[in-house]
Design a protein around this ligand. Sequence first.
Ligand SMILES: Cc1cc2nc3c(=O)[nH]c(=O)nc-3n(C[C@H](O)[C@H](O)[C@H](O)COP(=O)(O)O)c2cc1C
Length: 340
Amino acid sequence: METGYTVDQLRAAATDAIRAPSMHNVQPWRFRLRDGGIEVLLDPTRRLPATDPSGWGARIAGGAALFNLRLALAVAGIPAKVRLRPYPAEPDVLARLVPDLPQRPSPAEQNLYAAIPRRFSNRAPFWPEPVPADSRWRLGEAARAEHCWLELLIGVSAVNAFAEIARSAHRVLERDPAYRAEREAWVRARPEPDGVPVTASGPRAESQDLLPSRDFGGTQRLPGRDFEPEPLVAVLGSAGNTAVDQVVAGQALQRVLLTATEAGLSVSLLSQPIEVPSAREQIRVSLGRFGTPQMVMRIGYGQPGRPTPRRPVSEVLDLPVYPTDGSRDGRRLTGEQVRR
Ligand SMILES: Cc1cc2nc3c(=O)[nH]c(=O)nc-3n(C[C@H](O)[C@H](O)[C@H](O)COP(=O)(O)O)c2cc1C
């Protein structure tokens, strides 16, 4: 018989889950307790119809939140068995987690968990120091542990060829007024619980930049503070490109990001060439890989920065309502708690 997670466990793990990255920081997730299992759902009111018409980006973000949730439960000693997209009739339910046998967390899990609040997208130029071989290897292992692959682009010509594909995808996207309007609508001049703060946007793009950057209202850069001329670019890919593959890729993305954070590395995400199907295919062919590229990352040693805001966890929890004495999960929910 399943014992089930409690509301307190759901709330604690969801607090870590919502630190995951999401396109334009829309935070497209919800979490609920159903029959003792924690479920991760997409929030239909937080879609980006022009930027993410297929829902790929939302599923990547949901997968990343799922990874944090798994990690939080594992570190709490109550690891989860996970079923992805458990109800075919409810495609917005990305995953259902039920308690596995209680187990003490490993040091590796504890270290990754400690990286959750420190991770953030660093869009500023990185220092020229190369990423050491052992860190590169660990990033690849992180992707493989989550059933994905990570290809690091080696050599100036590989990076230049990729950059050309990425710049042209960026131009294609920027031609669409609805895409531009959506991006602008999520830029935040003052701190708010969602959207991309201008302070996190990195410097405004300039013509000499190798890689395209999304314009989140960045500031003029200081003289001599150009982007690194030979960035470390990594492409994360999954075996296929079904909705489940995308949730798997989101989990792998978060594992790679936390592994990078733990290694003292900064990462910025670059998804324009993933969002344009022909560019994505060009990248796949140029890598000679089977499967589907799901995300591109620029990785290096960055200046310190700070994590971006999130909505309060209470806004993304669907708490169960028990009609009678309501004590099923070890605590009675008051009307006030249910509303929160
Ligand atoms: C699917 C996906 C695509 C993203 N694409 C980009 C991108 O092209 N450029 C960018 O600067 N950030 C991109 N991001 C990062 C988000 O903007 C970022 O996660 C969000 O603003 C929250 O900030 P944080 O990562 O610092 O927590 C992407 C994130 C996800 C999940």
